[in-house]
Design a protein around this ligand. Structure first.
Ligand code: ATP
Ligand code: MG
Length: 242
């Protein structure tokens, strides 16, 4: 048991969840490394949603609002850390959920689908793997025809840069959540929410409900500028003790 009074309580809880995910066969062993990298950036971001991240969540919500077909791609880390919230977001935005793994295994996909179903998820895609993302080799390319393949907007939190680029080349609007504003994923996406997925998904839900003029939000959106703000914030924190 981690005592609630521990100054790093929240962070330790997330670590525990990810470790449990590995034990249950939901998180791939390399997911631990990805989480560690994320943690380091979260520390620099003050482990709070900063204003640039709120703005990005609003932009992501706007793109989901205008989407003809939005799909949320879920991997093991995302399912363990934000599965419940992702299921809710899918229902509220009418987006499909697809379990799509970098290290694909049928067993792991099945386990993640079961987990999401335990949170109320329905018709979750992923097992069929009946289409391929253009320009990628090996199992990393496999996706669902009814999901990512035919979506116009894809929310791919914690995604690999290469796959993000391939989705862009297929003409999709890519929304991502990535604590590292320097990652290839972050720079490749149309909207990058530089925030922890545990905070970003509830923020998208909140913003989605508030949207009045999605087109205007999209017109005014500049991802590069937003990433620069995230980087400036991190640099300031590294220079000044606050
Ligand atoms: P690339 O430059 O190709 O995008 P990458 O560093 O993003 O590479 P991965 O390790 O596959 O490669 O991706 C994990 C990314 O997810 C990291 O950038 C990390 O910062 C981010 N990340 C990890 N945990 C979280 C989390 N809980 N919330 C948000 N982002 C996270
Ligand atoms: Mg990445």
């Amino acid at each position: 048991m981690i005592p609630k009074s521990h100054p790093r309580y929240e962070s330790l809880i997330l670590r525990k969840k990810i470790a449990e995910g590995v034990e249950k066969g939901i998180v791939h062993i390399t997911g631990l490394i990805a989480h560690g990298r994320g943690e380091a950036f979260d520390y620099l971001l003050g482990e709070k949603t900063q204003s640039f991240a709120s703005k990005a969540a609003r932009a992501a919500a706007a793109f989901m609002r205008v989407a003809k077909k939005a799909v949320i791609s879920v991997n093991g880390n995302a399912a363990m850390l934000a599965g419940k919230e992702i299921v809710k977001l899918g229902k509220e935005t009418n987006a499909k959920i697809e379990v799509n793994l970098f290290h694909r295994s049928r067993e792991r996909i099945e386990k993640i689908i079961r987990l999401l179903e335990s949170y109320g998820g329905e018709n979750i895609l992923g097992m069929e793997g009946d289409a391929r993302i253009d320009g990628l080799e090996h199992d990393r390319a496999i996706c669902s025809y009814d999901g990512i393949y035919t979506a116009d907007v894809v929310l791919v939190p914690l995604e690999d840069g290469d796959r993000c680029e391939a989705l862009k080349k297929m003409g999709k609007i890519v929304l991502t959540v990535d604590l590292n504003p320097l990652s290839r994923t972050a720079r490749m996406a149309d909207v990058t929410i530089v925030d922890n997925i545990t905070r970003a998904i509830p923020n998208i839900r909140k913003e989605y409900k508030k949207i009045r003029d999605a087109e205007k939000i999209i017109r005014e959106w500049n991802n590069e500028k937003n990433l620069q703000q995230a980087l400036d914030f991190i640099c300031d924190r590294l220079r000044n003790l606050y």
